[in-house]
Ligand binder design. Structure first.
Ligand code: SAH
Ligand code: SF4
Length: 451
């Protein structure tokens, strides 16, 4: 979501004639997009702002804008920082070009955030904001090494789930879905400009819902509509919430070869006690049943997840239930996060962060080991198989076990199930689909040769 937001802000700025540089020391305007989901992400922003202070001493005309979730969360407090000139929340990203122009004119600090983001009026503000920013074509890929073959499109903003640990509903506001036509029109433009894969985004993208002329469109409808665009290769979506997950989404995956068989669907924990304390709205058994249904309807589905370890009160028994769930579901990959209390959330206010850092760390390592062990085992099934990949470009860190030469450098691609594949081939394949034969497998990577 933040990659998309960064791209959209850059598009809005280049549209006004600004030019992009990747060197902070050359920039006249520095925009820092931020995340509030864990404390560590915020700490990194403050350390960056420390550098900005030094930089502004040498080049006092430089304007520093802090945008995104931290801007919404801290507002005035961030604006008071010596290095900061502009603070704009996730709902105000479309205002960034104007805020910069104001600062250039009056040399004052400017703040723009939503006053009461959970009040009904905020929804109107978010709808309006979406109309002003989300349609911008993406001119810039924040992962600049890779040629643009894939693009993100926002399907919806915000979240109404209020998982007790999570800051997102308080900084991104209520759920608002975009009209299907807006998404489809944007996808068409991107496909016309050479994009082959579209990823639809939402904090809980399976809650996508838009009613128009008496008809309600869900995520399955949106996937179908985008997949029907001439020239589109693959369509995928992130992230899904396991509560109220409509099987029509699985059905469109099974029936439509353009809809990728990939589901990122965080469980967060395998303990019912923890799931309840997290307000996730399902039990471990519900989650497992849903994953079984997913595999029944889409046999080759790749399932990815997120877990939080060290949530308040998590015992060894709770943790072992998480390990058990991981062994049962067999993820393609899963991210593991150590619980981090976020100011203003239910769990920060009502629960004690009582799991020692060492225990969180040890559970984190142990869970990652189990996830990796399973992925390594499961990936062996690809050996000798020919798979289709969308080629992203040159591999950033060439793997030593694959010989490289100038005409046949090491490339990186991804399968429809989002498996990373490393193989040698001409760089001209970048942005195209290719068939490769898997010769070696590991937990996170498949190695292959052009078929
Ligand atoms: N909307 C998505 C992602 C939300 S944030 C979803 O619901 O799946 C991404 C991940 O960060 C979450 O899935 C969760 O695992 C983790 N996370 C969120 N808040 C956290 C916190 N306070 N401490 C640790 N991890 C957290
Ligand atoms: Fe946060 Fe839960 Fe919403 Fe995901 S579903 S963004 S974890 S509140």
């Amino acid at each position: 979501m933040n990659k998309l937001d960064s791209s959209l802000v850059v598009s809005a700025l280049t549209d006004r004639g600004y030019e992009l540089t990747d060197k902070a020391t050359e920039a006249d305007i520095i925009v820092i997009n931020t995340c509030s989901v864990r404390e560590h992400a915020e700490e990194r922003v403050f350390s960056n702002l420390g550098h900005m202070k030094g930089l502004k001493r040498k080049r006092p005309h430089v304007i520093v804008a802090v945008i995104g979730c931290m801007a919404q969360r801290l507002g005035e407090e961030l604006l008071a920082h010596e290095a900061v000139d502009i603070v704009a929340g996730p709902t105000q990203l479309h205002e960034v070009p104007d805020l910069i122009e104001q600062t250039l004119g009056d040399h004052e600090k400017h703040l723009s955030v939503t006053a009461q983001i959970r009040q009904p009026a905020a929804s109107d503000e978010i709808v309006e904001a979406s109309g002003k920013l989300d349609d911008f074509e993406i001119a810039y890929d924040s992962d600049a090494n890779h040629i643009k073959s894939q693009a993100f499109i926002r399907a919806m903003r915000g979240c109404n789930n209020f998982c007790t640990y999570c800051i997102v509903p308080y900084v991104r506001g209520p759920e608002v879905s975009r009209p299907p036509l807006a998404v489809v029109e944007q996808a068409k433009k991107l496909v016309d400009s050479g994009i082959r894969q579209i990823t639809l985004l939402g904090q809980t993208v399976n809650s996508y819902q838009y009613t128009e002329n008496g008809k309600t469109y869900g995520l399955a409808d949106l996937l179908q509509q985008v997949s029907e665009i001439d020239g589109v290769g693959w369509v995928r979506f992130i992230t899904s919430h396991p509560g109220k997950f409509d099987t029509s989404i699985l059905q469109v995956m099974a029936d439509n070869p353009k809809v990728c068989p990939y589901l990122h669907i965080p469980a967060q924990s395998g303990s019912d006690r923890m799931l309840k304390a997290m307000n996730r709205g399902y039990t471990a058994a519900d989650y497992i049943a849903l994953m079984d249904t997913a595999r029944e309807i889409v046999p080759d589905i790749a399932i990815a997840g997120d877990f939080i370890v060290g949530f308040p009160g998590e015992t060894d028994e709770d943790f072992s239930q998480t390990v058990e769930l991981v062994r049962r579901v067999r993820y393609k990959n899963a991210f593991v996060f150590k619980y981090s209390p976020r100011p203003g959330t239910h769990s920060e206010k009502k629960l004690v962060d009582d799991i020692p850092q060492e225990v969180k760390q040890q559970r984190n390592v142990q869970l990652l080991e189990v996830i990796s062990e399973i992925a390594e085992e499961d990936n062996k099934r690809f050996l000798g198989q020919t798979v289709e990949v969308l080629v992203e470009g040159l591999s950033k860190k060439p793997h030593l076990n694959q010989a490289e030469n100038e005409n046949n450098p090491q490339l990186i691609g991804r399968t429809a199930g989002d498996y990373i594949v490393v193989f040698n081939g001409p760089e001209s394949l970048t942005g195209k689909f290719a068939k490769v034969k898997v010769t070696k497998t590991a937990a996170l990577t498949l190695f292959a040769e052009l078929a």
